[in-house]
Design a protein around this ligand. Structure first.
Ligand code: URA
Ligand code: SF4
Length: 192
């Protein structure tokens, strides 16, 4: 009988596959792939679009300016990075930070789905349009649906603006803070 693999073993296998992955052309231009990281028992998984410059150089998600603001938002609801899991739709940086192509998203999506299946979070927070359209529904747009709960495939989704958007549009800082307050309430509900 096959022994039950632990969450750590299963996640390590995915991370290893990502490091060796050549399923889409992004592997040719990236420096270091960014598989995602955090608690495998997290109640909440945050999903961004894809690695930016700093992430590509370090292999860690959300370590640039947007990541600093994400840390602030987490602290605002008494969470630390270690309490959550942070990942991306594509694991290799698109050149010049362009939006990943549909073919790249399709190639990379199985890794994210497998990561979410291992963690089984209460809530999946999509950050910006790319993860919203990829995981919830392509016709949705973040400006219309941020801060609302969506249920799909047995998972609860909570779309938010991407923290990078608040760096360009200052008014979105408050919107993000308010949506994080709502996220806190959602995580405190018993039957999310
Ligand atoms: N933006 C993203 O979408 N993901 C990161 O990891 C960093 C910035
Ligand atoms: Fe593989 Fe994803 Fe990197 Fe493309 S972006 S090479 S699918 S890990």
């Amino acid at each position: 009988m096959e022994t039950l693999k632990s969450k750590v073993e299963l996640m390590n296998e995915i991370t290893e596959s990502i490091k060796n992955c050549t399923k889409c052309p992004l592997f040719r231009t990236r420096t270091i792939p960014v598989p995602g990281e955090g608690s495998l028992n997290a109640d909440v998984v945050f999903v961004g679009e894809g690695p930016g410059k700093q992430e590509d150089l370090t292999g860690h998600p959300f370590v640039g300016a947007a990541g600093k603001f994400l840390d602030e938002l987490l602290a605002h609801i008494e969470l630390q990075r270690e309490d959550v899991f942070i990942g991306n739709v594509v694991k290799c940086r698109p050149p010049g930070n362009r939006v990943p192509l549909p073919s790249e998203v399709e190639a990379c999506k199985p890794y994210l789905i497998a990561q979410i299946a291992i963690i089984q979070p209460k809530v999946i927070c999509t950050l910006g349009n790319t993860p919203l359209k990829t995981l919830v529904a392509p016709e949705l747009s973040i400006g219309r649906v941020h801060g609302r709960v969506f249920k799909k495939g047995g998972f609860t989704f909570f779309p938010m603006y991407h923290p990078a958007a608040a760096l360009y549009h200052n008014s979105l800082r408050d919107t993000l803070m308010e949506d994080f307050d709502k996220l806190k309430d959602l995580l405190n509900e018993k039957n999310v």
